[in-house]
Ligand binder design. Structure first.
Ligand code: ACO
Length: 402
């Protein structure tokens, strides 16, 4: 049941809802989740069908434009994305201002924010054409930004995009090719990466998407809005969880240590949580987690890593947690990030790049949500109310009288 409380506000009432547990901040036609049944649809299409059959750019078209493209639309869309994959040459100087070991997310926040200064014409968010160009620029350039974060960490020269490759292959090329050694993407790994991107592309009003919308509600330029989303995604309770899962699995190290880890997660005097478990909306299996588990099998088979000890720990941890009374009673199931880290690691992607890849995928959803917000006739500047709990009015005392 939905109560529209706008009229109540006119009479001086407002609701107190920390963490927006029961408050819709907007209406949206993009993504549907039924957390009790474990369903996720983009524009009405079940995530399983999209992850199985679609390419990431088809899904980006679906999210941003509302429909799956036909062959001609797909070709036009993908050609336009490819025409925007290069970064302005001076953007490389933004990278060079960082320490070599800077976390890729720190660099990404800055570089994407700095793009506002390179494309000031896109700041006119009232102009549909400018919004469209900004959307293409973001979608096209974010893999280049992410790959260059990695290259910068390694001290290798930046690799330029290859527009004959598809979205994921191009990203892998920019990550792994060097001037001495070209990189030929393995089609099974490239398809697995496409699937990871599709599964992460949108997830309705999560913290980072809400941040993008709230930032954009003031009319801020699109690059600043996406930079704000990247900052929010970085947190370990959100996009940073994939990195945290891998660290946790490495710490557990062996199936014999799982019991201790589960007990620690249940101990309320300890802030430790089982990373990759639980979700604000899913109180059933996250449908993306099942797809990721399957992808994990496929990738490890392809690479001959079926004995991967971390994968064994993950499978056993999932099995034990799903039978544990605490996790059953709290409806805690693996989320999308439980298996994604194992897949990315097997592909040779370092842990500190995991959240950057999540940001790359989520850019499609952020752009779609930002555009929907801008064009919503009901949209207003986001301005939550508060319950003030501080001091009542009091008088200033000179410093020697306090
Ligand atoms: N391990 C152990 N206990 C947990 C976990 C967990 N991973 N997650 C939730 N709980 C417990 C809480 O301690 C709480 O117990 P209580 O009722 O006794 O106080 C109860 O389950 C409900 O938890 P909340 O924090 O109220 O649930 P909320 O919806 O606010 O949080 C969240 C969801 C942040 C995802 C949480 O489950 C969590 O921290 N999980 C681990 C981090 C993680 O995997 N994040 C990725 C999310 S998915 C994504 O962003 C792509």
């Amino acid at each position: 049941d939905v109560i529209d409380i706008r009229a109540l506000g006119k009479h001086g009432y407002f609701t107190y809802d920390p963490g927006f547990l029961s408050t819709a901040s907007c209406s949206s036609s993009i993504t549907f989740i039924d957390g009790d049944k474990g369903l996720l649809y983009y524009r009405g299409y079940p995530i399983e069908q999209l992850a199985e059959h679609a390419s990431f750019l088809e899904v980006a078209h679906l999210l941003i434009k509302g429909e799956l493209p036909n062959a001609q639309e797909y070709s036009d869309f993908s050609d336009t994305v490819h025409s925007h994959t290069m970064l302005h040459d001076q953007i490389s100087t933004v990278f060079r201002g960082f320490r070599r070991d800077a976390h890729p997310m720190a660099v990404m926040v800055s570089v994407v924010g700095a793009m506002s200064a390179f494309y000031p014409e896109n700041a006119d968010v009232t102009d549909a054409r400018q919004r469209e160009i900004a959307a293409f620029r973001l979608l096209a350039k974010i893999p280049t930004v992410a790959a260059w974060c990695y290259k910068y960490n390694r001290g290798e020269p930046f690799t330029y995009p290859q527009n004959r490759l598809n979205y994921s292959e191009n990203f892998m090329h920019m990550m792994f090719a060097t001037p001495c050694e070209p990189y030929t993407p393995n089609p099974i790994l490239a398809r697995a990466l496409e699937r990871i991107l599709i599964l992460h592309a949108d997830h309705e009003q999560n913290a980072s998407t809400s941040t993008v919308r709230l930032t954009g509600s003031s009319g801020a330029n699109p690059f600043a809005c996406i930079a704000a989303g990247i900052a929010s995604l970085w947190g370990p309770a959100h996009g940073g969880a994939n990195e945290a899962v891998l660290k946790m699995l490495e710490e557990i190290g062996d199936v014999s240590n799982i019991g201790k880890c589960i007990e620690r997660a249940k101990d309320k005097s300890n802030p430790f949580r089982l990373m990759g478990f639980g979700h604000r909306v899913y109180k059933n299996m996250d449908p993306r987690a099942s797809m990721m588990r399957r992808t994990c099998h496929e990738v490890l088979n392809e690479l001959g890593l079926t004995d991967d000890p971390l994968f064994k720990v993950a499978l056993e941890l999932e099995r034990i947690a799903l039978e544990d009374e605490y996790f059953i009673s709290k409806k805690l199931y693996p989320n999308v990030d439980f298996y994604s880290g194992i897949v990315l690691r097997a592909m040779g992607i370092p842990t500190n790049m995991f959240t950057a890849i999540f940001a790359l995928a989520r850019t499609a959803g952020w752009v779609a949500q930002w555009n929907e917000m801008i064009t919503d006739p009901d949209a207003k500047i986001g301005r939550p109310r508060q319950l003030y709990k501080g001091q009542q009015r009091r008088g200033y005392l000179a410093i020697d009288e306090r």
